[in-house]
Design a protein around this ligand. Structure first.
Ligand SMILES: [Fe+2]
Ligand SMILES: [Fe+2]
Length: 261
């Protein structure tokens, strides 16, 4: 079995638990798999494979949640589990979709897929201690829609998925941890700590390949970014920014200053 072909198969798996297990198994099994960066693959079904629930709705229809009731906390953790489920899909999509990249690109995104699967499992397990599981609440489709918009260009994908949407998680996590700590959910705080640590790595991978592609095409990464945000209608990020995590994730002071402008 070829690695990118298998990544597409795993992306098509609808069951989230089966998908998470398969993503981790694929990463563990990578030394035994062939990798063909030149392969042009075609999905046989609509992407991504996803379960019948959660029902998807527009971002604006999803109510905001208070962590100070068990119900509200479960809904909040469900929303994060949904982000992680989408993140598995986004990482696998990077592996199969874009031919002609160096081998390390594919193994980097496979590692991300395995870590997202781990995050999903941690959150789902915790959700079960509150009597809920993934699928029990409605969810929004914002993340995959950005994947769709950037499916034609790996450079735009790197700019707008890992270094925009995933990077937003770096900013959002510490305030969320503080809220959950006030609500007394120490396990959730711990899980978010693991996620934050790994997400710095994911954004770093995004930055690495974004810069690699800019260099290959003779483009200035700092000047290009705002034009991509505009062209692909990416969300403009709002402060406060987690400068420490963003610096560790490879953003330059110049790039962090642009966000704050
Ligand atoms: Fe994650
Ligand atoms: Fe991630």
């Amino acid at each position: 079995m070829e690695l990118r072909t298998r990544a597409l198969q795993v992306l098509q798996i609808p069951d989230p638990y089966e998908k998470a297990a398969a993503a981790r198994a694929l990463f563990d099994g990578r030394p035994t798999l062939a990798l063909d960066p030149a392969l042009m693959l075609q999905p046989g079904t609509e992407l991504p494979g996803r379960p019948a629930r959660p029902q998807l709705m527009s971002v604006l229809q999803v109510p905001s949640r208070s962590p100070f009731t068990t119900e509200g906390r479960a809904a909040l953790l469900h929303a994060i589990a949904h982000i992680e489920f989408n993140a598995i899909n986004l990482a696998l999509d990077a592996v199969w979709r874009f031919p002609g990249m160096p081998e390390a690109f594919y193994t980097d995104w496979l590692q991300v897929a395995a870590e997202e699967a781990f995050h999903f499992s941690l959150l789902d397990e915790h959700l079960r201690t509150l009597g809920k599981q993934y699928g029990d609440y409605d969810a929004h489709d914002g993340l995959w829609s950005m994947a769709r918009r950037t499916e034609g260009d790996v450079l735009a994908r790197m700019a707008l998925v890992p270094r925009t949407l995933e990077a937003r998680g770096l900013d959002a996590t510490p305030p969320l941890q503080a809220k959950l700590a006030r609500a007394g959910d120490h396990r959730a705080v711990e899980i978010l700590g693991i996620i934050l640590r790994d997400e710095v790595g994911h954004v770093l991978i995004g930055n690495r390949w974004y810069r690699h592609l800019c260099k290959a095409r003779g483009l200035d990464p700092v000047a290009l970014y705002p034009t991509l945000v505009e062209r692909f209608e990416a969300p403009r990020l709002r402060p406060p920014f987690n400068v420490q995590a963003r610096t560790a994730a490879g953003f330059s002071p110049e790039e962090i200053a642009y966000l704050s402008s």
